[in-house]
Design a protein around this ligand. Structure first.
Ligand SMILES: [Cu+2]
Length: 275
């Protein structure tokens, strides 16, 4: 069933792409456009065993059993390659207005934008999906885009997640990327069942990252922007169909000191929730 749904979604997406294809009018001016940097995802992941501390935010938030866990860690870079900024401003205003865009993450002590990104680990044979540990995102200008993504980055504007006491400024300028590095809190899938999901057996898997993912409207999360398939998105973009980055990875039987492009990178004793 899951595969059929995945296939159906892929067909819909392809259909939408086709309708936006060569003959389509130039993309709308003055809108942000988020993409996932697949080149980075491909080069920045590692399967390894790590000791997770009981007071780590991702452990608390994800209901993970602390101790030695087998993890697949990965880096996510979401770039704004559009012609306008994603500008949400001070999250506290949204929080106080109770508009459902933000939640206050007690452990991180800052505001998180809901519906920013979905991280999925997918078994291509069965379509089974595992969720990552990361629960929320604070959008910032963390890295200027490389030249090949279009325009050079100007000065960063969005640098503060915002707390209950301190004003924030969240967004992603066009020409900038928001980066969630592999060693940060929650940038991992638990492979050994320690988070209550089934054990992930060794084999080939797809890591799929979807920025500004489509959702169905609900009472506490109304439809904000609608794509041509009728799905809702939290952020407005010129193109909703270039938001997925995915790579094929292999989960080994025995990761030893680490398997993957980032094998050998240092393991931190304390988790950095950063953003
Ligand atoms: Cu955070």
């Amino acid at each position: 069933m899951r595969i059929r749904r995945l296939l159906a979604a892929t067909c819909l997406a392809l259909g939408a792409l086709a309708s936006l294809g060569a003959g389509a009018p130039a993309r709308a001016q003055g809108l942000p456009d988020l993409i996932v940097r697949t080149d980075i995802l491909e080069r920045q992941w590692v399967v390894r065993d790590e000791k997770l501390a009981p007071d780590a935010c991702s452990v608390i938030e994800g209901g993970i059993t602390p101790g030695l866990r087998r993890l697949l860690r990965f880096t996510v870079m979401t770039a704004n390659v559009g012609t306008a900024d994603i500008n949400i401003g001070d999250p506290r205003a949204h929080f106080e207005a109770n508009d459902g865009l933000y939640e206050f993450a007690t452990c991180h002590n800052h505001f998180h934008f809901r519906n920013y990104a979905i991280y999925e680990l997918i078994d291509p044979q069965t379509g089974k999906v595992w969720k990552a540990a990361k629960r929320g995102f604070c959008m910032l200008d963390t890295d200027p885009n490389p030249a090949y993504l279009g325009e050079p980055a100007k000065s960063p504007q969005f640098r503060a997640c915002g707390t209950l006491d301190l004003p924030g400024n969240q967004g992603i300028s066009h020409g900038w990327t928001d980066t969630y590095r592999f060693f940060l809190g929650g940038q991992y899938f638990v492979l050994d069942g320690g988070d209550g999901q089934p054990v992930v057996p060794p084999g080939d898997y797809i890591v799929r990252i979807t920025a500004n993912p489509p959702y169905k409207a609900s009472k506490d999360n109304p439809c904000r922007f609608r794509d041509v398939n009728g799905m809702c998105h939290a952020l407005e973009e010129s193109n909703y169909f270039n938001n997925v980055g995915q790579v094929l990875i292999t989960i080994p039987d025995h990761p030893g000191k680490g398997v993957g492009p980032l094998a050998g990178s240092p393991v931190s004793n304390t988790e950095d929730p950063e953003h």
